[in-house]
Design a protein around this ligand. Structure first.
Ligand code: FES
Length: 314
């Protein structure tokens, strides 16, 4: 029981843990939404974490005040029965040691340690899922589409290939490739991805497809089929797109996704996919604002984009 006037060994109420939790939440949100938010979260977590630890360990760092030991009168009963003869298992603690490590300090440290362990258990897997894919998905995903001569100027060629031979047909991809001619002496290509940006069905070219002229090129055995395309249509819900991939009818929410390209040793290579909101002008002069490759049904620009702040990793 505490003696009268003795202060209980309880840490004062503190707001630092709340600030620390807010910082951790900002980091996790920032890892998904944007790096600056994560950086602000880290700064908040570090600042509040430091203040919290300082608070909790304050009693250890303060000079210990001498406390009169509690005394009791021992009834003269001839003393307690003697324990078994022998030495103590541990040497008894001195008065200073007992005063330097009071029970409240032990409880505070235990709470802090337990909180750290629980925080680690929650945070580490989230960090792993959010950050690791950025480092593990670094393999070169470019696909060879063969010599530039395969692509007549102004004409779409349908290119289809398996992204992963081992997995098979479910990884089949189709892109529509158009040679736009030269722009400032550099070859220009438009490459549209066939995945409908409403719900993901494969869009079909509207127009003639010259199946008899199909040829296979490259290590990935890409099939190239020339066509005379006037637009693209989706068989699922009637979405329609023009030859720049802009939506002209139906439920799609943005223009068709596109792919980057490069030219190496006179051959065209397909690069990373990306999303666009709307394309202005046409061909080599098209003005495109690139966005990270988004899932179907997601607005990437305009006020509606605020309704989709967190993109599901694909
Ligand atoms: S999936 Fe293409 S219009 Fe619905």
């Amino acid at each position: 029981m505490s003696s009268q006037g003795e202060k209980p060994h309880v840490p004062p109420p503190s707001l630092w843990p709340i600030g620390f939790a807010v910082g951790i939440a900002c980091i996790l949100i920032g890892l998904v939404v944007s790096w600056p938010v994560a950086a602000v979260g880290a700064a908040i977590a570090i600042a509040f974490g430091f203040l919290w630890i300082r608070d909790v360990t304050g009693s250890v760092r303060e000079p210990v005040q001498a406390v009169e030991p509690e005394t009791r009168r021992v009834a003269d009963t001839g003393g307690a029965p003697k324990a078994l003869e022998g030495r103590e298992a541990m040497p008894p603690m001195s008065e200073e040691e007992i005063a330097a490590y009071p029970r409240s300090t032990f409880l505070s440290a235990a709470t802090l340690g337990l909180g750290g362990v629980i925080g680690g258990i929650i945070t580490v897997p989230v960090l792993g899922f959010a950050v690791l894919p950025s480092f593990t998905n670094q393999k070169d995903q470019s696909v060879e589409l063969g010599p530039l001569e395969n692509f007549a100027e102004g004409q779409f060629v349908i290119a289809t290939y398996l992204e992963d031979f081992e997995i098979g047909e479910v990884t089949r991809r189709t892109v529509f490739v158009r040679n736009n001619g030269l722009l400032e002496d550099q070859p220009s290509f438009t490459i549209l991805f066939s995945r409908c940006v409403h719900l993901g069905c494969p869009v079909q070219p509207n127009g003639l497809v010259y199946d008899e002229q199909k040829k296979t090129v490259g290590e990935k055995r890409v099939d190239l089929t020339p066509s005379l395309v006037t637009g693209f249509g989706c068989p699922c819900h009637g979405g329609q797109y023009d030859t720049e991939g802009n939506r002209t009818a139906g439920p799609p929410v943005r223009a068709l996704d596109r792919a980057e390209f490069s030219i190496r040793d006179g051959k065209l290579w397909l690069g990373q996919f990306y999303s666009v909101g709307n394309v202005e002008s046409t061909g080599a002069r098209a003005r495109i604002k690139k966005y990270d490759h988004a899932t179907p049904g997601v607005h990437v620009d305009g006020p509606e984009a605020w309704l989709y702040p967190v993109e599901v990793p694909g």
